[in-house]
Write a protein that binds this ligand. Structure first.
Ligand code: GN1
Ligand code: MG
Length: 367
């Protein structure tokens, strides 16, 4: 072990003690999924020699200003779902001696620990069955929470999917950014300005009370669904940090922006980026199969615009973070947020080109 790994091992061991985990750490590794929190897979050996594995997460408190509220939301949502769905796998958080599902470390960092679920996840999949199943999993999530009283949830990141506000924030930072920074992203900013009114339409309408308020996941990337290794059936939806009241269409849009992209979210070669309509069709089949009788016609009619809007929203968030110097999203190299922006914009342009075709696929799937 390197010095750094030794230190991490000690840190994880001290957190494990707070969550009353018996035995000693046998191995740990960093899980590189997610752009915000730090996640570790940690295995313990008990005195009897058995190995138990857990997920440890340090919550990014720059992003989540009130992590205790997040844990309260998650507790409420997971227990509500568990009651309805008793036989299924569910996320189980460990508790400390004083009964809390989180702890603060000596350096005030915020930690939680949950059971490790033996499973697989997909960042990209060409398997239509996996894509249909991802749609089913997110559709079922909305359905299971359709009678949950959203007013009980904390709005942990206010205006999270308020596209208009996200764009205004970007434009206000643009107005004070140094020339050298603006010079490299001039084209990207120009396109975002061009489409801003279209992209903000749905979230403005939502804020005006014209769409139903649903309990939504708000981060529906396909790698937030755990699948059974053998059957490739979905086991559980994870990453409930951003569960809040919101628009159903944005959950749909966020999911297809990720799963129907022919590339990873941060593909540097934008010529490879396109929106795969057959993947879109497969996701629609799974998702709408679950929710078509719950969503209103107005919501269904807005699914394609939501897909475009959230793609622009993400581009705006990545670009804003690039301009601010990478304070929000984790980056692997300088300019990573600009690469992500360009990838999202290439995708948004392709969604625009295929707009009518996508609208038709929705109509065919619900009929
Ligand atoms: C962040 O860290 P992760 O992957 O769960 C972000 C999402 C973005 C996503 C883009 C709280 O989610 O909104 O869509 O990156 N989460 C937060 O990959 O901002
Ligand atoms: Mg997330």
């Amino acid at each position: 072990m390197t010095q750094k790994e030794f230190e991490m091992n000690d840190k994880l061991a001290s957190i494990g003690k707070k969550f009353l985990i018996p035995g000693d750490i046998y191995a740990f590794s960093v899980i590189k999924r997610g752009n915000i929190n730090a996640t570790y897979r940690v295995s313990y050996t008990s005195d009897e020699g058995a190995i138990d594995t857990y997920i440890f997460q340090r919550i990014n408190t720059y992003v989540f200003k009130n992590p205790v509220e997040i844990m309260e939301n998650i507790e409420q949502v997971t227990s509500f779902i568990e009651k309805k769905n008793a036989a299924k796998v569910s996320l189980k958080f460990r508790h400390t001696k004083d009964g809390k599902n989180y702890c603060y470390d000596d350096d005030s960092s915020f930690w939680r620990v949950m059971n490790y679920i033996d499973s697989v996840t997909f960042d990209i999949s060409d398997d239509p069955n996996v894509i249909v199943s991802t749609g089913e999993a997110f559709g079922q999530f909305v359905m299971l929470l359709s009678d949950f009283d959203g007013s009980k949830l904390h709005e942990t990141i206010p205006n999270f999917h308020n596209t208009g506000k996200r764009l205004d924030t970007l434009f206000s930072h643009e107005s004070i950014a140094p020339y050298e920074v603006l010079d490299v992203c001039e084209k990207e900013l120009r396109y975002i300005h061009e489409v801003a009114n279209k992209a903000r339409k749905l979230s403005d309408k939502f804020l005006a009370g014209k769409f139903p308020v649903r309990v939504t996941h708000n981060d529906t990337k396909c790698n937030n669904v755990l699948f059974d290794k053998d059957t490739k059936r979905p086991l559980v939806v994870i990453d409930l940090d951003t569960v809040m009241p919101g628009m159903a269409m944005y959950d749909f849009g966020d999911a297809v922006r990720f799963i129907a992209n022919t590339c990873h979210e941060d593909e540097p070669d934008v010529r490879k980026v396109s929106f795969d309509t057959s993947k879109f069709r497969a996701f629609c089949k799974g998702y709408l199969g679950q929710v078509k009788n719950i969503l209103t016609k107005d919501e269904i009619d807005s699914l394609v615009l939501a897909t475009f809007s959230i793609t622009i929203e993400l581009a705006a968030r990545f670009l804003d973070d690039y301009i601010l110097g990478d304070v929000y999203f984790k980056v692997d190299y300088p300019g990573h947020n600009l690469v992500r922006t360009r990838c999202q914009l290439a995708l948004a342009k392709d969604i625009m080109r295929k707009y009518d075709e996508l609208q038709k696929i929705i109509e065919e799937t619900v009929s």
